[in-house]
Design a protein around this ligand. Sequence first.
Ligand code: ATP
Length: 363
Amino acid sequence: MGVHQVADVVISDVSKRFGTVTALAPSDLTIADGEFVAIVGPSGCGKSTLLRLIAGLEEPSTGRISIDGRDVTHAAPADRGLAMVFQSYALYPHLTVAENIAFPLRVARTPRAEVTKRVADVAETLGLTAFLSRRPKALSGGQRQRVSIARAIVREPKVLLLDEPLSNLDVDLRVRMRHEFARLHAQLAATMIYVTHDQVEAMTLANRIVVMNAGRIEQVGAPLALYDTPATLAVARAIGSPRMNLLAGTIATDGPGGAGVRLTTGETVPVRVQGEAGEPVTLGIRPEHLVPDDDGPLAGKVELFERLGPLSFAHLGSPGLGTTIVAQLPGDRHITLGQTLRFRGLSQRLHVFGEDGHARVTG
Ligand code: ATP
């Protein structure tokens, strides 16, 4: 028997169909008390549906949901002990910031003195004290988003659900709000479930990331575990920016170039992987694991070169590979467009996926 743990949000065999569309196939997920979980995946994969099921905004087609040990499968959203922040702030335009934040407390008939104190505390936490008497239209996007977060946390929810809360903000504000979420999570000790398209938000904020694809949970794990060992092609595509290079090939056991993955160019990338000779596979190499090497098996012509300062990305066209490859290079590396570059892959960092999309053990 394992150690007993308070599992705050438990999803068992939960699915959701809309008519003939399966938005979520039967899924299991356990989110521990106080955890920060990010949900990522391509558009339409079911992220919002999963969040809305937890919130009680959708009724599951099958399965059960419990929060803090209590079955809430059929409970109303207001009875689940959670709060939700959406990408549209949905503030009341005719109410001041203080009145907006106080709204959920008023609905719950909280005594006036306590309302005043709680609003002041939350405003302080989110840096809104100076704006309490303003109306939403007199605030910046970031300030409005902070008010909507303040309103969500003023009742001290056990679970805070966030659906792309930063997607309406400009880059600077996103970075500032990202830091604020990290601080807020540490301060509130609430369980936070965060849907995002943003790699950096997911990687830096989450204790664990849930990768979804086509209505299914593909893999759940710590950010670096998913980055280092994606279990499927969908996870390899979802984690890492720029994306992992994915090259079609076949398993070569012997012959010219030795054992490894033979690419469509005829070159072989050495890697130890189980399988039959000739079996179709996909070789995965992250841009940062391509090493310049004049004798390397991967070559391409520089079509685009992005200098970011500390590092650069070269986009290389290689007709024989049927795809562009992206390589990370040092920031000071001199490159000319049209130049041919050769690379080898860092042998310990190669990924091989079978035709079923599942990762093979490499060595
Ligand atoms: P995005 O990143 O684009 O917001 P998502 O991963 O959040 O996408 P969902 O909004 O959960 O995806 O949608 C999952 C699937 O369910 C999609 O195919 C969507 O069209 C479908 N879907 C969602 N809500 C409904 C609905 N109310 N009626 C019918 N189909 C729906």
